[in-house]
Write a protein that binds this ligand. Structure first.
Ligand SMILES: Nc1ncnc2c1ncn2[C@@H]1O[C@H](COP(=O)(O)OP(=O)(O)OP(=O)(O)O)[C@@H](O)[C@H]1O
Ligand SMILES: [Mg+2]
Length: 286
């Protein structure tokens, strides 16, 4: 099973075994489409992938909206803060869940043209535990269906858990992108991820493992073994590595705070996300 798409020259320098694997039957999604970055293990590049992929899709000309489903600090909201024009914490996803704001009222432009965000803050933890906030699991899907403004791509960034918010992400955005690291511990956590995906399929039968990313890949035997394993276990998914680069760590720093494509347009990690965007979503013909 080899590439159905040409590999951009920038990926040529990768060893053959680390070239992206695009199955023969894989075809890019047509818009509108809904993507969800999910992996309950912490620090596997979900947020980096969400933000960088969203930016690449926005650069391709799509209208993109990020749903930040992670109550942690250091989430997508902190890298792509909403442009509200006023100070203080803006109305956010929690307000929508509680019925205190409409989906349009919690959707804000970001500094990147074509890219909007539904922000979240640490207060979002309430949505996991407060039994009076009903319908959280269906809440994001409801938000998308009840937005006046429409988007070509909706993309959810899940936190490191398999709780209600992650299930809400999967129900709303069934095309799953699973970033993990080449490590035995990450590999072992796939069992519970797969179980949750199968259970969620009862309410969202369209759930599909669209892409598996090996984050911060190193050219090691372990990476090679995991890459082969992911290709075997996810025969219908795009499997690719995302290279490690200090630029990915620096771009969200408070004194830099730029999207990766502006901060380090030539960085290998940026080129990998550019490739991912082009492979995942079909470019519009003029
Ligand atoms: N390709 C990369 N090269 C170098 N560093 C990276 C890369 N991708 C992510 N990182 C860094 O790895 C750390 C974890 O990344 P990130 O926050 O995106 O993971 P996450 O899965 O969203 O974490 P969490 O589970 O806490 O939500 C961050 O410090 C980030 O800057
Ligand atoms: Mg994150």
């Amino acid at each position: 099973m080899t590439l159905a798409l040409p590999v951009p020259p920038v990926l040529d320098e990768l060893p053959t075994w680390l070239q992206p694997r695009i199955p023969d039957l894989f075809s890019p999604l047509k818009t509108p489409c809904r993507l969800c970055c999910i992996m309950q293990k912490g620090g596997t590049s979900k947020t980096t992938t969400t933000v960088c992929l969203a930016c690449e899709l926005a650069l391709m000309g799509f209208k993109v909206r990020i749903w930040d489903l992670d109550p942690q600090e250091g989430s997508a909201t902190s890298w792509m803060p909403p442009q509200t024009g006023v100070s203080g914490t803006p109305r956010n996803l929690l307000h929508m869940f509680k019925g205190e704001a409409s989906p349009d009222e919690v959707t804000y432009p970001t500094a990147v043209p074509n890219l909007s965000i539904v922000p979240s803050y640490t207060s979002l933890k309430q949505a996991e535990v407060d039994s009076e906030i009903v319908g959280v699991e269906q809440g994001v899907a409801w938000g998308i269906e009840n937005s006046t403004e429409t988007f070509d791509v909706e993309i959810a960034d899940c936190g490191p858990s398999l709780g209600k918010l992650t299930v809400a992400g999967m129900i709303a955005c069934p095309e799953l992108i699973i970033p993990l690291k080449a490590s035995g511990l990450d590999m072992r956590s796939m069992t519970s991820l797969n179980r949750t995906i199968e259970l969620t399929k009862r309410v969202q039968p369209k759930l599909n493992r669209r892409a598996v990313l090996l984050a911060e890949v190193l050219k090691t035997n372990l990476t090679r073994a995991m890459f082969d394993l992911m290709c075997r276990d996810f025969p219908e998914a795009l499997v690719m590595g995302v290279r490690s680069s200090t630029a990915a760590r620096e771009a969200p720093l408070p004194h830099i705070l730029k999207p990766l494509h502006e901060y380090a347009p030539e960085a290998t990690v940026r080129l990998d996300y550019q490739f991912l965007g082009a492979a995942l979503v079909e470019r519009r013909t003029a």
